[in-house]
Design a binder for this molecule. Structure first.
Ligand SMILES: [Zn+2]
Length: 116
């Protein structure tokens, strides 16, 4: 259960951006969460609600999670394949020399500010 720690990182980053831009209130934060990132979106949004409402800047602010599908790449046959379906073994040639291309993201994609 490390979602709360991630929420505090998000809040810190959003606060910093808000300060730099003299923003008083943020209405929505959009996150990219990779399919194999180990972050559970439901826990993340639960923790977010709890923590964000303690901050004036983020009271009532929505957290939207966009899932990034995990894709791996095979070094032997240069094929891209779904990591969740096939794991570390290439479905085309059976090679184990594969690595994750995307799907491990935990990053802020967008910060939305409602105009007063
Ligand atoms: Zn292959």
């Amino acid at each position: 259960m490390h979602e709360l720690g991630i929420v505090f990182y998000i809040i810190r980053d959003v606060k910093q951006v808000a300060e730099e831009n003299s923003v008083k209130h943020v209405s929505k934060v959009v996150m990219n969460i990779g399919e194999v990132s180990t972050v559970v979106p439901e826990y993340l949004t639960d923790c977010w609600r709890w923590a964000a409402d303690k901050e004036d800047l983020l009271r009532g602010c929505e957290l939207e999670v966009q899932t990034i599908g995990a894709v791996s790449f095979c070094e032997d046959c240069k094929t891209e394949f779904g990591t969740v379906a096939h794991g570390k073994t290439c479905p085309c040639c059976g090679s184990g020399k594969t690595y994750l291309l995307r799907g491990n993201e935990v990053e802020i994609k967008e910060i939305e500010i409602k105009e007063e």
